[in-house]
Design a protein around this ligand. Structure first.
Ligand code: GTP
Ligand code: MG
Length: 202
């Protein structure tokens, strides 16, 4: 799929102010600093579209980006970010979970996982919550350029193995690097395929 246009639409702290759910939507979620915003920029080939930072906690809102005037990419705040107070974090989590559970046009959640790390409990817990809610998701392993291909393959298979304790089968997975544009074609092809089956809920 060619990306012809990619524009920032809106940032929200409230789910009742989101754009009308008339177009297919894909949300990026994962631990703070895992590379969600960078991946959005890599996919759209727009460097500063989503704000990135070396400091975790950069993305604090639900950010909608309209792509080709036909579908939305959504950048979400990271989970597992300890800098804000515990109550504040609880509120964020409630808000994000509310969005994920209730957004009618949400086609798939991209759960980003750092390809350098052993399976993390917070990621496994989050995937299992998505599974319980019946929210469709895929796994996206990030920052593959930071290590050898073999090391990435090992982390991916360790994560899948850990997931089998929660699930009978493991969802589809993608390996990416925003630095080297790895996985771009595969992710866009996946989105194009899902888009072709979208029926507007309104
Ligand atoms: P929050 O918004 O804070 O939750 O973070 P995020 O998940 O949006 O991460 P972001 O895209 O801001 O990236 C965090 C840091 O990781 C930045 O310094 C990026 O340059 C770096 N980074 C992201 N993706 C990659 C990648 O594929 N390869 C490498 N080498 N660095 C990456
Ligand atoms: Mg971000």
């Amino acid at each position: 799929m060619q990306i012809r246009t990619a524009e920032f639409k809106c940032s929200n702290t409230r789910t009742d102010k989101l754009p009308a759910p008339a177009l297919p939507e894909y949300a990026f979620i994962g631990r703070s600093n895992v590379g969600k915003s960078s991946l959005i920029n890599m996919l759209t080939q727009r460097k500063g579209l989503a704000k990135t930072s070396q400091t975790p906690g950069k993305t604090q809102l639900i950010n909608h980006f309209l792509i080709n005037e036909k579908w939305y990419l959504v950048d979400l705040p990271g989970y597992g970010f300890a800098k804000t107070s515990r109550t504040n974090r609880g509120e964020w989590e409630r808000f994000i979970r509310y969005y994920l559970k209730n957004r009618e046009n949400l086609q798939c959640v991209f759960v980003l996982i750092d390809s350098r790390l052993e399976p993390q409990k917070v990621d496994l817990d989050f995937c299992s919550w998505l599974g319980e809610q019946g929210i469709p998701f895929v796994l996206v392993f990030t920052k593959a350029d930071k290590q050898s291909k073999l090391k990435t393959e090992q982390t991916v298979s360790a994560f899948k193995k850990a997931m089998l304790q929660y699930f009978e089968e493991v969802p589809q997975e993608f390996t990416t690097s925003s630095e080297e544009k790895t996985g771009r074609e595969e992710l866009l092809a996946f989105i194009e395929d899902v888009n072709s089956r979208f029926v507007s809920p309104i």
